[in-house]
Structure formats: structure tokens, C-alpha cells
Design a protein around this ligand. Structure first.
Ligand code: NAG
Ligand code: NAG
Length: 314
């Protein structure tokens, strides 16, 4: 039995918060009151995931495996540095949370799937991109200036990892003039797909996962104007009245860009829209959620997602 997810239109809220073009305030998308300890533990949750991912990958694959997959002679040692950076982030955040008198979350059990060296690096690229968007989205919620600077100094390193790994996959290291901030729940929705279970002693975080949305494999590079398929495995997304339009909201720092979503077997098709002139383009690692309205994206209006995929230059 598939869960029926009703996309909330939220017209009243939408009218109040209707974004104007380039309204940077739209990046603060109605998050609940969250403490700095919550934010630090949220960051630590992601760092644990990345740390374990690289340690497992380095245990699974040798330098010769990466060389045979086409990565250059410096790749393996650079990967070890990336891995060590993540281990250091875990130690730093664990220490900061403990020092502030809170309980740091411990590592969970993860399932990254059966990876090849190439799919390992592709997954690393996705995780680094999500990491950048997570720190960027959380920045506006951090109260303490010292924590904000510390988080910023981790964010810039994650973005350097992202660029390096993207370049090693033959992708543009800097595919957009803007990075995309994501809310805690949006990030957690994607992270949760790798998490099998966490220690019951971990403090509960004020985050929830939205229903899963995934992008179906595409036959070629996706650009603005491409039609993509978004799948809703495990759920059926409908409008409250059964006939209103469902939208795909492409998230950018200058506000969501909406496109109508057309129901198809197992999900929706949608054409990647062009962002308005002067706003952040839809380019690079792109995140899209399903909504029941085309004016605002909040935790109340997201019906599923985000799904993520790469949008290349036109
Ligand atoms: C490492 O290999 C195990 C066993 O095949 C697999 O379950 C795990 O997902 C792999 N992890 C990484 C990060 O490659
Ligand atoms: C938003 O939806 C309204 C109908 O509810 C429609 O008239 C309008 O063109 C839509 N705008 C976008 C950007 O999709």
C-alpha cells in the first residue's frame, strides 16, 4: 500500500510570504526555533556520515583500483586528505558540543550501496554538494557568532572538496555563481536515505524526512529545457482536491523556480525551467521538491523531496 501524500496548497501562507524576484529573505524558509546545540548536532550528523563514507571507501578500494578507474596519480592521496578533514570535523564538532554542555550524536549505521570506484566518487560528489548546501542553509539559524565563523570555515573546505571531486569526474568545478541553501529537513531527507539506524542514546534532532523523491536516470545530460522524470517511491502525491496542479520547485538562493509537474506512472514529469534574469541560474547539483502551490516553499508546503540531479550548461 502506497502512502497518499496530499500536497498542501497553503494559499494564505503563500500570499503572506510571496517572494519577489531576488528577495534574499526567501532563503529563510520558515524553520522552527532551533538551538545552536541542535545545529551543531545536525552538522555532526552529516560529518559522521561523510567521515564513515570516506573511511569505508578507502578500506574498500586501493590506489590501483582508482587508477584503473581512470583517476590520476594524486587522486588517492587527495582522497585520504579529504577523509582526514572529515574525521577532524567530527572531532571538532564533538568537542565543541561537549564543551557547551550538550551530548554529541554518535556515528550511525549506514548503507552506501555496493559501489565501484567510479560510483564511490560520484556519491562523494553528491555528499559534498549536499554538505555545502546544509551549512549554507543552517547559517541563517546560528545564533553565536563564534559558531557561525567555525561553520563557515568548514563550509569553505567542503566546497573545495566538492570542486576537486567534480573536476576529477570531468564536471565543472564551479558550475554556478551561487550555491544553494537547503533547510534542515531537506538535507535530512537526503541523508536519511543512507542511514540504517542510529544509537538510541543519540539526542533527538528537530528534523524530519519528507517522503522520498528521486530523479529517474536520464538518457543524456540534463539542461534547462530538458524534461525529467521525478519518482515518488513508496508514496502517491496528489493535490488536496485531487485535481489542482502539482508543482516542482527548483530551489535556489534567490528563491524557488516553479514548473508544473505532470503526473506519470510512479511520479511526475517536469521541464527544467529557466531562472529569471538576474537570479541564481539552475545549474550544477540541483534540488527540486514537489509542492501544491507555486508561490512559496516551506516545510509546510513540501510534499516530497528533494530529488537531486546535475544540470549542465546549455
Ligand atoms: C564498502 O563495501 C561494502 C561491502 O561491499 C559496501 O556495503 C559498502 O557500501 C562500501 N562502502 C563504500 C563507501 O564504498
Ligand atoms: C502559478 O499558478 C497560477 C494558477 O494557480 C498560474 O496562473 C500561474 O501562471 C503560475 N505561475 C507559475 C510561475 O507557474
Amino acid at each position: 500500500m502506497k502512502a497518499i501524500i496530499t500536497a498542501v496548497a497553503a494559499f494564505a501562507a503563500a500570499a503572506a510570504a510571496a517572494p519577489t524576484s531576488n528577495n534574499l529573505q526567501t532563503i529563510r524558509r520558515a524553520m522552527p526555533a532551533i538551538t545552536d546545540a541542535d545545529i551543531l548536532n545536525y552538522a555532526l550528523t552529516l560529518e559522521h556520515l561523510e567521515d564513515k563514507f570516506y573511511r569505508e571507501g578507502l578500506a574498500n578500494f586501493t590506489q590501483a583500483d582508482f587508477a584503473a578507474a581512470g583517476f590520476d596519480a594524486t587522486f588517492y592521496s587527495n582522497l585520504k586528505t579529504v577523509s582526514s578533514d572529515e574525521t577532524t570535523h567530527v572531532a571538532f564538532l564533538t568537542g565543541a558540543i561537549t564543551k557547551a554542555g550538550y551530548t554529541p550524536v554518535a556515528e550511525c549505521v549506514y548503507n552506501f550501496g555496493a559501489l565501484t570506484p567510479k560510483t564511490f566518487v560520484a556519491t562523494a560528489s553528491i555528499l559534498e554538494g549536499v554538505g555545502v548546501s546544509a551549512y549554507l542553509g543552517a547559517a541563517a539559524e546560528i545564533m553565536s557568532a563564534a559558531y557561525l565563523t567555525a561553520a563557515g570555515s568548514i563550509l569553505t573546505v567542503e566546497s573545495r572538496h566538492s570542486s576537486y571531486i567534480r573536476a576529477s569526474l570531468g564536471q565543472s568545478p564551479f558550475p554556478s555563481p551561487f550555491d544553494t541553501p537547503l533547510t534542515l529537513n531537506e538535507v535530512y531527507t537526503m541523508a536519511a536515505q543512507f542511514i540504517v539506524s542510529c544509537p538510541s542514546s543519540n539526542p533527538a534532532l528537530p528534523v524530519k524526512a519528507f517522503p522520498t523523491l528521486s530523479s529517474a536516470p536520464s538518457n543524456g545530460p540534463i539542461t534547462v529545457g530538458s524534461t525529467i522524470t521525478l519518482l515518488t517511491p513508496g508514496s502517491v502525491v496528489t493535490a488536496a482536491d485531487g485535481k489542482s496542479q502539482i508543482y516542482a520547485a527548483f530551489i535556489t538562493v534567490t528563491g524557488p523556480v516553479f514548473a508544473p509537474a505532470t503526473a506519470t506512472t510512479g511520479g511526475f514529469t517536469v521541464t527544467v525551467p529557466k531562472a529569471p534574469e538576474g537570479s541564481a541560474p539552475i545549474s550544477g547539483q540541483t534540488y527540486v521538491v514537489l509542492t501544491g502551490c507555486n508561490t512559496t516553499v516551506t516545510d509546510d508546503t513540501v510534499a516530497a523531496g528533494p530529488a537531486f540531479f546535475e544540470v549542465g550548461p546549455l
